[in-house]
Write a protein that binds this ligand. Structure first.
Ligand SMILES: [Ca+2]
Ligand SMILES: [Ca+2]
Ligand SMILES: [Ca+2]
Ligand SMILES: [Ca+2]
Length: 358
């Protein structure tokens, strides 16, 4: 073999070795890249899965149909006395609001003082659970996600959102201010063991209390007027209310109504104590007013209506009110016992009235 030929062979071998080295380097870089891409994809997949379950606030367009404030009809008993223009003035008490599923998303719509405000917040399997969690007097948009036992709410104070893992599938969200610090506490009623679980917003403690029997309807509210929500249930089998009064830590049980009634509690007489009340299938509201300890009966609504009592006229007294599954609200303003009606929402919506103050 000539020297030149050997030289060529050596050069070829070196060249092949270099090529092999280059290939290995490229392969190593490619492997790193592939691993990196996989990791990134994994991270993004995870991030995406989080992103897909964490709702992001947006401000949607007006709901369809647009809200229409109707005339205010003034009644004396069943006789129509006059018709007043309610105008476009927003109410300062409980606001009309609906939670609407649309495709894979959910939107909140509130009839605020200067029009409709809202947020895309939640997923179809969520349960709406509004409450004033940051304590600024404005109700915050909130959903409870049973699949992960997580609460998601938008703070009205800064527009940021919080996600809190608390609860499990099957739990019923019952947010209320149990510790009396002016902020709603994340709270759950677990029907399987009739146990209440909540997080005190004041000190972060997580008490629980077994209260109720199978089939009870949880109806926490401040029945004894000490500023703290009381654990309470309606038991239709016996047509009784059972209240664990927070002021005295004592049980109060009251028979009121009949087993086919629905609980419809609220502070109808405005004395600061929630009144026991039921709604009957014939449209009667039977309200046991706490101040006078007498029962008032008012016929209002249909058996198929959704009960939405609230202080819509902001006089400190709960108004009898129903929402019909065509978007109609029928509210009996307590300050003058007149009908206030409006269309806000549509069939399939979930009414979520509360003092949003937007
Ligand atoms: Ca708030
Ligand atoms: Ca609280
Ligand atoms: Ca109380
Ligand atoms: Ca009362």
């Amino acid at each position: 073999m000539s020297r030149k030929k050997r030289q060529v062979e050596i050069e070829e071998k070196e060249s092949a070795a270099k090529a092999g080295k280059r290939f290995r380097r490229i392969a190593a870089v490619a492997a790193v890249l592939v691993i990196g891409v996989c990791l990134t994809a994994g991270v993004f997949a995870r991030w995406n899965s989080v992103a897909s379950v964490v709702p992001q606030p947006v401000h949607p367009a007006l709901p369809d149909p647009s809200p229409i404030l109707s005339k205010e009809l003034i009644y004396a008993g069943s006789r129509l006395l006059s018709v007043e223009d309610a105008g476009a003035q927003g109410l300062t008490g409980t606001d009309l609001a609906v939670w609407r599923l649309s495709g894979s998303a959910a939107n909140w719509y509130v009839l605020g003082s200067s029009g409709v405000v809202g947020a895309a917040w939640g997923l179809p399997d969520d349960k709406p659970a509004p409450g004033d969690f940051d304590g600024d007097g404005k109700t915050d948009f909130c959903v409870f996600r049973p699949s992960s036992g997580t609460w998601y709410f938008i703070r009205s104070t800064d527009g940021g959102y919080s996600g809190v893992a608390f609860g499990a599938t099957g739990d019923i969200p019952v947010p209320a201010d149990f510790d009396g610090d002016g902020r709603a506490d994340l709270a759950l009623y677990r029907p399987s063991n009739q146990t209440w679980y909540w997080i005190n917003s004041g000190d972060g403690a997580t008490p629980s209390s077994q209260f109720g029997t199978s089939g009870d309807v949880p109806i926490p509210s401040d029945y004894d007027g000490d500023g703290r929500a009381d654990i309470a249930v309606w038991r239709d089998s016996a047509a009784t209310f059972h209240i664990l009064q927070s002021a005295s830590n004592s049980l109060r049980s009251v028979a009121h109504g009949q087993s086919t009634d629905k609980p419809a509690v609220g502070d109808y007489d405005g004395d600061g104590k929630t009144d026991l009340a039921v709604f009957r299938t014939n449209g009667d509201w039977l309200i046991l007013e706490s101040a006078a300890n007498t029962v008032t009966v008012v016929n209002w609504g249909l058996s198929t209506d959704v009960l939405v009592p609230g202080d819509y006229d902001a006089d400190g007294k709960t108004d009898i009110a129903v929402w019909r599954n065509d978007g109609s609200w029928y509210i009996r303003h307590s300050h003058n016992n007149s009908l206030y009606s409006a269309v806000f929402g549509q069939a399939g919506d979930f009414p979520v009235p509360a003092p949003y103050r937007r």
